[in-house]
Design a protein around this ligand. Structure first.
Ligand code: BGC
Length: 744
């Protein structure tokens, strides 16, 4: 190395001195500036900062600066804060936040809920938090926590199913995981946004009891779990726009539940300045703001229609998050975390493994025996390339997609012939390995007007040991948006999808069943699909939801028995849509009525109370082993809370995991109540022959219903029946506890 010239040494010294000077000046500042002092209590820092901000600066802070950033105030050393979409991973952001780049895709939403594993949700959340730190993201825009009301909602796949407790528990684990990394999570969309159709205009009309018991409940639990940000929904609720909804935002969220963080708008969802400012909205997103801006807000402050206290409260909330998360005390960008973080490989895979749900396995066709299987045919558009996530703002391009075809090939090795059969009448030269960008891509051979299936394929299907058909929807919402919503095959934001599988897919399933009975159908969808034409013909249905970038590996592991499936269905799957709670009053293109007429009788609460047999009940998930439940013991504590202890035994000869579920049957009340409701669950790993003792604690206050006239929770005095078992329809352990009345 050549020694430095005297001139270079002089310049280096000068730079050093200047840097030292800047450092000293900054430190001298921070000695006096309480708001910059990390050792000071958060509220003291806010109190110190607030008077230093001009009114214009305060208004700037409550309106976004760009699509995903807030305003910086350089004079006070306040940087911009960056956001990113989720919830399956940190969407399309490089370190600078400027480019769309592939990222890591986890099993999120429905796939994660199907694990019923709050610990896993925490790990996925923490991995996402690390990915945020690797990109300098402060606020992560997830999880989505609306409930599953009908299979049509294009965003069901982002959410956690039909039950408020399951949703609240999974969401809370995930939120605490994200926030454990110094990143704020955002619960969205607050509230009652259960359809995508005309979502800006259709009012969700829901009575207060139904809101409190079902749709608000997971959000309430997330607040208890310490979530820092919330996002209002696009829709009006009972005629009042979410962003202006004083009752929901001020009374319920910030009042009843004591939420101390930031409530932001969904993107371009605001419709007013005055009503939103007073209606509890804290931050307009994205920038440049249209409503929370100086020209519009200042006159309202001058005239006294919006008070300074209201504006200050919004700013206070923003800095409560900033200081609590330490965003001004350390760089948010952590260069020690790689963009593609190998530390997260395991949790990416675990997420996919735990959620996959085996719904039907006639004759124990699964697992396929690798020692015996010689040939497998693989069909279906979703078999390759992998569809890791649905579309819309949740869409992510993965870094390393593992399709089902890849997964099968890797696991089967050379001893098994895996034949990929394209099943389409697309023009000659179509590359079947890529998702087609053309609408109606998958039209089956042999369907009316289409050519017959080539003989080679017929022979291969007939002679295969199994035909694996991966059906479902895809994430191609970008095309959908561009093509004036003309795609019937995508599932994602802004679309209510069809109940039917995309065109051609049922024909594929039926045609294969005629050639070979050993058919395994694997599904990518956020909810149920119409099955009446084919479910009787197929021995196996495996719901993979959208399992993230390593889904293909996990599904192959399940097919070959390397992993014993343990996912449980987070929604009720009806025999036909007409059996469902929201049938006849879910909004459609011809009827914009969105009254939640089923009230609290949603999902299994409906099927079980009305005695309607679902096709696959809520909580169902088959295993390659058998679990036996025994020895229920209920111990009441003095205050009415109780603990259910019981034993679960693995009676089969392979290891497996079981999600034990506890439901409570309430006594008669002055209002009709669901016949039973999920009140707790626990997941157990069991070796063959192993027994484990499990316990679930239920709080007395959680047994109540919302009394709309008195506006409070009420627990009726009387006997509560306790049911424990493996799904909402398989509850073999029964007991009873006596409760005193609670009125709160
Ligand atoms: C979605 C939100 C998302 C936001 C930012 C909206 O269209 O509804 O869930 O976080 O866009 O991309």
């Amino acid at each position: 190395m050549s020694p430095l010239s005297p001139y270079a040494r002089f310049v280096a010294l000068l730079i050093l001195l200047l840097n030292f000077h800047a450092f000293a000046a900054e430190n001298a500042d921070s000695a006096a500036d309480i708001y910059k002092d990390a050792s000071q209590p958060v509220e003291a820092r806010i109190a110190d900062l607030l008077p230093r901000l001009t009114l214009d600066e305060k208004i700037e802070l409550i309106g976004g600066a760009s699509f995903m950033t807030t305003h910086a105030i350089p004079r006070l050393g306040i940087p911009e804060f960056r956001m990113s979409d989720g919830p399956f991973g940190v969407r399309d952001v490089n370190r600078e936040g400027s480019k769309q780049v592939p990222t890591r895709v986890y099993a999120g939403g429905m796939a994660l809920a199907a694990s019923w594993d709050a610990g896993l949700a925490h790990k996925v959340g923490a991995a996402i938090g690390r990915d945020c730190r690797a990109r300098g993201i402060n606020i992560f825009l997830g999880p989505g926590m609306n409930l599953y009301r009908a299979p049509f909602s294009g965003r069901n796949f982002e959410y956690f199913g039909e039950d408020p407790l399951l949703t609240g528990v999974i969401a809370s684990g995930y939120i605490q995981g994200v926030q454990s990394q110094g990143v704020a999570a955002t619960m969205k969309h607050f509230v009652a946004n259960e359809q995508e159709l005309n979502r800006h205009n259709i009012s969700s009309d829901v009575d207060e009891r139904t809101l409190r018991e079902l749709y608000l409940k997971p959000f309430e639990m997330a607040v208890e779990a310490g979530v820092w940000c919330a996002m209002d929904s696009y829709n009006p609720i009972n005629g009042i726009h979410a962003t202006e909804n004083d009752w929901l935002n001020n009374k319920v969220l910030k009042g009843d539940w004591g939420f101390k963080g930031v409530l932001m708008s969904d993107w371009w969802s605001m419709v007013s300045t005055l009503a939103s400012a007073n209606g509890g909205l804290d931050l307009e997103m994205p920038g440049k703001p249209q409503f929370f801006k100086v020209e519009k807000l200042k006159p309202l402050i001058d005239s006294g229609q919006v008070t300074m206290a209201t504006v200050d409260d919004k700013v206070r909330r923003i800095f409560r998050v900033v200081f609590s998360m330490g965003w001004m005390d350390r760089p948010q960008f952590d260069s020690s975390i790689p963009m593609d973080d190998p530390q997260s490989d395991q949790v990416t895979l675990e997420g996919a493994r735990e959620g996959i749900t085996l719904l039907k396995n006639t004759g124990n066709l699964l697992p396929l025996n690798l020692a015996k299987v010689k040939k497998i045919v693989v069909l279906g558009r979703n078999a390759d390339p992998a569809i890791a996530v649905g579309g819309g703002s949740a869409h992510i391009d993965y870094m390393h997609g593992k399709s089902l075809l890849d997964g099968l090939k890797e696991l089967a090795g050379d001893g098994v012939e895996i034949i990929r059969i394209p099943w389409s009448t697309m023009p000659a030269g179509t590359d079947f390995s890529k998702p087609s960008k053309t609408p109606f891509a998958l039209t089956a051979y042999g369907a009316p007007g289409n050519p017959a299936l080539p003989q080679d394929f017929v022979d291969a299907i007939k002679s295969a040991d199994a035909a694996v058909i991966c059906v479902g929807f895809n994430d191609n919402v970008k095309d959908y948006w561009q093509s004036d919503h003309a795609r019937p095959d995508a599932e994602g934001e802004d679309i209510d999808r069809t109940y039917q599988l995309p065109p051609g897919q049922v024909e594929v399933v039926k045609a294969v069943c005629k050639l070979n009975p050993k058919v395994v159908v694997v599904l990518n969808a956020g909810g149920s699909v119409e099955t009446k034409d084919w479910i009787g013909d197929v021995p196996v249905l495996l719901d993979a939801y959208y399992p993230g970038q390593f889904g293909g590996t996990a599904i192959a592991e399940v097919l070959f028995g390397k992993i014993n499936p343990s996912g449980k269905l987070p929604f009720s799957w009806e025999t036909g849509w007409e059996d469902s709670a929201a049938y006849g009053h879910f909004p459609t293109a011809s009827s914009k009525d969105n009254t939640y007429k089923e009230g609290v009788f949603l999902g299994y609460r409906w099927f079980d109370s009305k005695g309607i047999e679902p096709l696959f009940p809520f909580g169902l998930g088959l295993s390659y082993t058998k679990f036996e439940y025994s020895e229920l013991d209920l111990q009441a504590s003095g205050n009415g809370d109780f603990k259910a202890r019981f034993t679960v035994t693995n009676k089969g000869d392979v290891a497996g995991a079981e999600v034990a579920q506890l439901y409570v049957v309430p006594p008669q009340a002055s209002v009709p109540r669901p016949v039973h409701e999920l009140k707790g669950f626990t997941r157990l790993d069991l070796q063959p022959g192993e027994s484990k003792s499990a316990s679930i604690v239920v709080a007395a206050k959680d047994l109540g219903y919302w009394d709309s006239s008195l506006k409070k929770w009420k627990v009726t005095a009387g006997k509560y029946k306790i049911e424990v078992g493996s799904s909402s329809r398989d509850l073999s352990l029964l007991g009873e506890v006596a409760e005193a009345a609670i009125d709160e």
